[in-house]
Design a protein around this ligand. Structure first.
Ligand code: HEM
Length: 305
């Protein structure tokens, strides 16, 4: 068991969980990145609610949101890390796992700060419906991400998360990977978005996505895909400018992605000058914090003899 505050030990334990030969493309990295992003992407700047503080996905109200389908795998993969480092909060563990996964898969270093607290019950879990819907377009992306405080450039940079992982028909209904090497972080997503021809395809379940019909494909080859929201990034002229920049300049994308991911996992977290987190259980924004539950078994207080 590590000493409280030994985040390097936690990082090492997260790294040890990444390799998963029997899971997806052999890595838990992509689902860790999505877990971190969905834990933070509920933030609403106006009401100052949601965000990565709280780790509300431990409760059915948020964890059972269809938008979070599949993330239970990421959370389960991190349980051994929590067991070895019981002092870390889930909110810190999930966001750190995303940052570590990006770095380990060849991405940029992500500045990450600890101190998030976990909700003590589900009374402060943000409402469902705050995460983006891949079936929509640029207006929807702006609606969702402006609410968190992100502009067009930041939306495009964040969407570069789709250099990793894949869609699963039993989770989102969409199917397939965006790139050929979905466990290596790069700017390939932007290059493919611009260079390949994306053809609409309606899957057997009725879901509409875009695919690249490769004339040289062989039997059993997996088709690359794009979500309607991904294709919206090149159809919208203002967003397209950033897709072009990131396709051309990997270093620029890495720098911007690092900044924006660090910003994402800090949404709604208030710190003092020394970096100490001031919000307890999302008390900020009009919530009234419930008293912390004891970690000890509770019962009638025994009179001391
Ligand atoms: C722009 C709006 C976004 C939409 C509409 C969207 C939608 C989706 C959908 C439908 C999936 C497939 C889920 C599944 O079936 O397992 C997915 C996967 C994924 N998304 Fe996004 N996403 C968005 C933004 C982001 C952002 C900001 C990040 C991170 C920076 C991200 C990272 C990922 C990753 C890594 C996966 C793969 C997960 C896995 O392999 O299990 N996405 N996304």
């Amino acid at each position: 068991m590590s000493n409280p505050g030994d985040y390097d030990a936690v990082r090492r334990d997260i790294v040890a969980q990444l390799k998963k030969p029997d899971y997806d493309d052999g890595s838990a990295g992509p689902v860790f990145v999505r877990l971190a992003w969905h834990s933070a992407g509920t933030y609403d700047a106006k009401s100052d609610t949601g965000g990565s503080n709280g780790a509300g996905m431990r409760y059915e109200a948020e964890g059972g949101d269809p938008a979070n389908a599949g993330l239970q795998h990421g959370r389960a993969f991190l349980e051994p890390v929590k067991e070895k480092n019981p002092w870390i909060t889930y909110a810190d563990l999930w966001t750190l796992a995303g940052a570590v996964a990006i770095e380990e898969m060849g991405g940029p270093k992500i500045p990450w700060l600890p101190g998030r607290t976990d909700l003590v019950d589900d009374s402060k879990v943000p409402p469902r419906g705050r995460l983006p819907d891949g079936a929509q377009g640029a207006d929807h992306l702006r609606f969702i991400f402006n609410r968190m405080g992100f502009n067009d450039q930041e939306i495009v940079a964040l969407a570069g998360g789709h250099n990793l992982g894949r869609c699963h028909s039993d989770r989102s209904g969409f199917e397939g990977p965006w790139v050929n090497n979905p466990t290596r972080f790069s700017n390939q997503f932007f290059k493919l978005l611009l260079r390949l021809q994306w053809t609409p395809k309606t899957l057997a379940n009725g879901v509409r996505q875009f695919v690249y019909v490769d004339p040289d494909a062989e039997e059993g080859d997996e088709q690359l895909m794009m979500l309607p929201t991904d294709v919206a990034l090149i159809e919208d002229p203002k967003m397209r400018v950033w897709v072009e920049k990131y396709a051309e300049d990997k270093d620029l994308f890495f720098e911007h992605f690092s900044n924006v991911f660090a910003k994402l996992v800090e949404l709604g977290i208030r710190r003092d000058a020394s970096g100490m987190v001031l919000n307890t259980d999302n008390v900020k924004g009009g919530y009234v914090s419930a008293p912390k539950k004891s970690n000890q078994a509770t019962g009638p207080v025994q009179a001391r003899l």
